[in-house]
Design a binder for this molecule. Structure first.
Ligand code: SAH
Length: 218
């Protein structure tokens, strides 16, 4: 039987990722492997490999494949890392991380999303992922420090606890800026402090929490 989704994944790599400069073979292999369509509603399966974000319910979105590739590549994963993810959402980025590092700790504040992501990740056999419901802007102190941290929601500033929970030599990727536009910032922790580089503009939903945006009142 022809696997149309497998063909769609290869097409996604050839038209959206490689031509725009994604080079890390491990990232490309992971994105060729993970069945992204299973992380969205069945009604959206046919759009799962398209070049844009998609709604996942609760007013949240699954990121555009290219954004997942850029952020994952920038984490420079080799395979032995312990990674922290803030904003599990659909769980797709979580699965990509699970393919590329030793263990993934992921936090989501909206329980129905966390539960659904957990189910899909279990079904696909990702035993190296722990999903927790809570406020990711506090980090995950009991499991810190981490080699890599990825935040897939936009923050007004970099939450201090997560910088503290990054190992020396570790990388943190986070969209920082206004409510509607942010800059994708890569933070590298060194012996003497932190180095930041701006990887360009991006647009994410809000990181809501104690060290993020405050919850809007009804
Ligand atoms: N990587 C996900 C992106 C989901 S959108 C994917 O591709 O599917 C961002 C997610 O961050 C949303 O699900 C939102 O609920 C979550 N989020 C926002 N603030 C958060 C916080 N403080 N802690 C944990 N998750 C948060």
């Amino acid at each position: 039987m022809i696997d149309h989704y497998k063909i769609a994944r290869q097409r996604m790599i050839d038209s959206q990722l490689t031509p725009r400069g994604i080079k890390d073979k491990r990232v490309l292999d992971a994105m060729r492997k993970v069945p992204r369509h299973l992380f969205v509603d069945e009604a959206l399966y046919s759009q799962a490999y398209s070049d844009f974000p998609l709604p996942i319910g609760e007013e949240q979105t699954i990121s555009q494949p290219f954004m997942v590739a850029v952020m994952t590549e920038a984490l420079e994963l080799k395979g032995d890392e312990r990674a922290l993810e803030l904003g599990t959402g659909s769980g797709y980025q979580t699965a990509i991380l699970a393919e590329l590092c030793h263990k993934v700790y992921s936090i989501e504040r909206i329980s129905p999303l966390a539960n659904r992501a957990r189910k899909v990740l279990d079904k696909l056999g990702y035993g190296n992922v722990v999903v927790k419901i809570g406020d990711g802007t506090l980090g995950w102190k009991e499991e810190a420090p981490f080699d890599a941290i990825i935040v897939t929601a936009g923050a007004p500033d970099i939450p201090e606890p997560i910088v503290n929970q990054l190992k020396v030599g570790g990388r943190l990727l986070i969209p920082v800026g206004g409510e509607f536009m942010q800059s994708l910032i890569r933070v590298r922790k060194t012996e003497t402090g932190i180095e930041k580089d701006d990887m360009g503009g991006c647009r994410f939903v809000k990181l809501i929490g104690e060290n993020g945006w405050k919850i809007e009142r009804e």
